[in-house]
Design a protein. Sequence first.
Length: 236
Amino acid sequence: MSFLSRSYYKPWYALLFSWLLLLSIVPQRCAATPKIGDDILDGELKELFYHVRNSIMEKKPVSVIQEMVLENPFVASKIDDDARSGRTLLHYACEYTPQNSDLIQFLLQQNPSAASNIFRRTGYTPLHAVCEGEPTLQVVQLLVNANPKALTTQDSWGDTPLHMACGNGASLEVIEYLAHQSPETCGIQNKDGETPLDFCKETDQSEDVINLLAKLTPQSDSNDSKMTQQQAHEEL
């Protein structure tokens, strides 16, 4: 006799009890299961988040950080509960270890959507954060592939990741990659009317970098826009 056949002959009250017990257990298990995208930090998960974050900031070996994250992979989808922050572990990795492709790739694998997260205080995407710290080309490519829209995302000051790379001494290959992936970014002006080319000139970038951006930046860029802005301020 099959299982279904045997259950058919059970007293009705036993079957009812079994169903009620099942219905009471399933919601509890579902409620206890963290969901990717539910970024609230609490209890042990909060403690784990800050433990991993501090390890990233202290530049501990990737294997150590991986082991901690794998205790509960959902920690990679959480954000710092500081109201002015909103950073994921990926943000911290990009800020403190911009050349560590192994760590950044690992965190992206755990939560690809973290590449689209915005640091509330500055408006930085992880790509902005990494371009502030002289990243390797491999790291930049990982982040662009995970979130191509970050190329044209402007932070609180109107800067794109290309602005950040030009203003912080990124290599020619990184700047060339960013510029060719999104040529229109070369003409984007920040809130001060500055293009990435302006940033290069202000930070004594190499002639190769300046010549590259000069070819891609629209003719009506920085100087004309700055003069227009200055005239507008004088009229006010």
